[in-house]
Design a protein around this ligand. Structure first.
Ligand SMILES: [Zn+2]
Ligand SMILES: [Zn+2]
Length: 448
C-alpha cells in the first residue's frame, strides 16, 4: 500500500467563483450552478498529432499500467478550502467533503483516470423515448414487466472505458485475384494475377473496450453493450475532468494495453483491407490475401470514458440470472438491446423447428434410400432408419439455431471501425499475370 500526495485541480467559475457545476446534456458542456456560465471545454490533444510522424510507443498518462491487486491511498489537498482528503479512490477524482468541490487529480497523477472524456449529450428523457420506441419495434412477445420496469429511476447514465490506439504501420500484403479480361463469344477470358500491395497506413482512434470480461453475466455484457451502440465520436473528446462524472456511474478500466493487442490488431487489418479496396477494384471481389506482414512504425495509446444510458432487467425466478438490457449511446442517441422473450415464443420456435425437421427428414430419407414399391420386396427398414437418423440430426441443428437467434432483434454492429479516419501513403503496386483461362458462361448480371 502506498500513500502519495497528489496535485489536484478544481473548476472555479471565472464569472462568480463558484465551484459547483452541472452538465448541460444538450450541449455536453459544464454549466456554473449559480450564474449559469457555460464553460468552454478543453479539447483533448494527442501528444503526436501528425500520425505519419508517430514513432515507437507513446503511452498517455491515462493508459498506464493498472495493477488490480494494489490499493493506492491518495492524499488530496482541496485548493478551495484547504481541507485534506485521504481516499483509496484512485479513479482520478473525488469530491471535497467540506466545500463539495470536485478534485481532479492532475495529469500524470493517476493512471486510473482516463485522458479524455465524451460528456453526455443526450438527455435521460430522450434516452427513455429511444428505448420505448425500440421496444415498440420488437415484433415478438416479450416479458411485460421488462417494460413496466422501464422507469426513469431504472435508467442509469454510465461512463464506460475505452482504450484508443493511433496507428502508424507499414503493410506488405500479397495474394491473388482474377480479372475478367475480355468477352469471347458467350465465354470470357480471365487473367489470374499475383498481387502485392505495399503501403504505409495511419489510423486515428482504433477504439477497443477496456473493461475485462469476468465470469459475471453483467460484466460479460459490458463490452457487448458498448459495441452495440458504437461508434463514438472520439474526435470530439475533451480533456478529462472529474466534474463531468458528477451524478453518473462509472465502470473502471481494468484492462491494460497488452490485453487489447489482439482486438486492436484484428481491427487494424480490417481497416487496411478496406483502405486499399480502390487499388484492387479491377479484380472485383475475387482477391484472396495469403500473406500479411505488418511492421509497426509507431503506436499512440490513450484512454477515454464514453457515455451510455443503460437499463437492465433480469427475469424474476429465472435461474440463469441472464441480464437483459437496453442501451442508448449518450452522444448519438443510437439504441440497441436484448429483450426477455416469452416462453410461449420459445415453445413455438421449437414446434416450428420440429415440423421443418420432420418434413425435410421424410424427403431426404426418400432420396437417400428410396422405398421399393415392387410388390413382395417392400422393405421399409432402411428407409425408417435413415429417416430417424436424419430427423434427430436436423431437429438438433435447427432447434439450436432457432433458439440461438431468439431475442436478437438488432445485430447491426461490428462494422463501425471502418468509420475510422485513416490515410494510405507510399503505395507500391505489383500485379503479375501468371495465367489465362476461359470461363465458360458469361453472365452479365453477375458483375458485382
Ligand atoms: Zn458562475
Ligand atoms: Zn474543499
Amino acid at each position: 500500500m502506498s500513500k502519495e500526495n497528489k496535485k489536484v485541480t478544481t473548476m472555479n467559475c471565472p464569472k462568480c467563483g463558484s465551484n459547483e457545476t452541472f452538465l448541460n446534456k444538450k450541449s455536453g458542456k459544464l454549466v456554473c450552478k449559480h450564474c449559469k456560465y457555460e464553460y468552454e471545454p478543453v479539447k483533448y490533444e494527442d501528444k503526436v498529432k501528425d500520425l505519419k510522424k508517430l514513432k515507437g510507443t507513446e503511452v498517455s498518462s491515462g493508459a498506464g499500467f493498472i495493477d488490480k491487486k494494489s490499493i493506492e491511498l491518495v492524499t488530496l489537498n482541496c485548493p478551495n478550502c484547504g481541507a485534506v482528503s485521504v481516499t483509496s479512490n484512485s479513479e482520478g477524482y473525488t469530491k471535497c467533503h467540506w466545500c463539495h468541490s470536485i478534485l481532479t487529480i492532475d495529469e500524470n497523477g493517476s493512471s486510473k483516470a482516463p485522458d479524455q472524456i465524451l460528456p453526455f449529450k443526450t438527455s435521460k428523457e430522450d434516452a427513455l423515448k429511444a428505448m420505448n420506441s425500440f421496444i415498440d419495434g420488437v415484433s415478438k412477445k416479450y416479458n411485460k414487466s421488462f417494460r413496466d420496469n422501464l422507469v426513469p429511476d431504472n435508467v442509469i447514465g454510465v461512463y464506460l472505458p475505452y482504450m484508443l490506439a493511433d496507428i502508424n504501420d507499414h503493410f506488405v500484403m500479397a495474394g491473388s485475384g482474377e480479372e475478367e479480361y475480355k468477352k469471347v463469344g458467350n465465354n470470357v477470358e480471365v487473367k489470374v494475377y499475383n498481387i502485392e500491395r505495399e503501403f504505409d497506413l495511419t489510423i486515428d482512434d482504433i477504439a477497443v473496450e477496456a473493461s475485462e470480461n469476468i465470469s459475471n453475466d453483467f460484466k460479460n455484457r459490458t463490452n457487448y453493450v458498448i459495441r452495440s451502440v458504437a461508434p463514438y465520436d472520439t474526435n470530439d473528446s475533451v480533456k478529462f475532468n472529474g466534474n463531468y462524472l458528477d451524478g453518473f456511474a462509472i465502470e473502471k478500466r481494468d484492462m491494460n494495453i497488452k490485453d487489447t493487442y489482439k482486438d486492436v490488431n484484428s481491427r487494424v487489418t480490417r481497416v487496411a483491407k478496406y483502405a486499399i479496396r480502390d487499388s484492387i477494384s479491377q479484380y472485383k471481389q475475387s482477391v484472396r490475401w495469403t500473406k500479411e506482414k505488418i511492421t509497426k512504425h509507431g503506436t499512440q495509446w490513450s484512454t477515454a470514458y464514453v457515455p451510455v444510458w443503460l437499463y437492465t432487467y433480469s427475469v424474476p425466478k429465472d435461474k440463469s440470472g441472464k441480464v437483459y438490457y437496453l442501451a442508448v449511446n449518450g452522444r448519438t442517441g443510437r439504441v440497441n438491446g436484448e429483450l426477455p422473450l416469452l416462453k410461449e415464443s420459445k415453445l413455438k420456435t421449437i414446434l416450428i423447428c420440429q415440423v421443418i425437421s420432420l418434413i425435410s427428414a421424410l424427403v431426404l430419407a426418400a432420396m437417400i434410400s428410396p422405398i421399393e414399391i415392387e410388390v413382395g420386396t417392400y422393405n421399409p427398414v432402411s428407409y425408417i432408419i435413415t429417416f430417424i437418423v436424419l430427423y434427430i440430426l436436423i431437429s438438433i441443428f435447427s432447434t439450436a439455431i432457432g433458439l440461438a437467434n431468439e431475442g436478437k432483434e438488432s445485430e447491426k454492429n461490428n462494422c463501425y471501425d471502418l468509420d475510422n479516419n485513416y490515410s494510405v501513403s507510399n503505395m507500391i503496386e505489383k500485379d503479375e499475370c501468371i495465367r489465362t483461362y476461359v470461363k465458360k458462361v458469361y453472365d452479365s448480371s453477375n458483375n458485382n
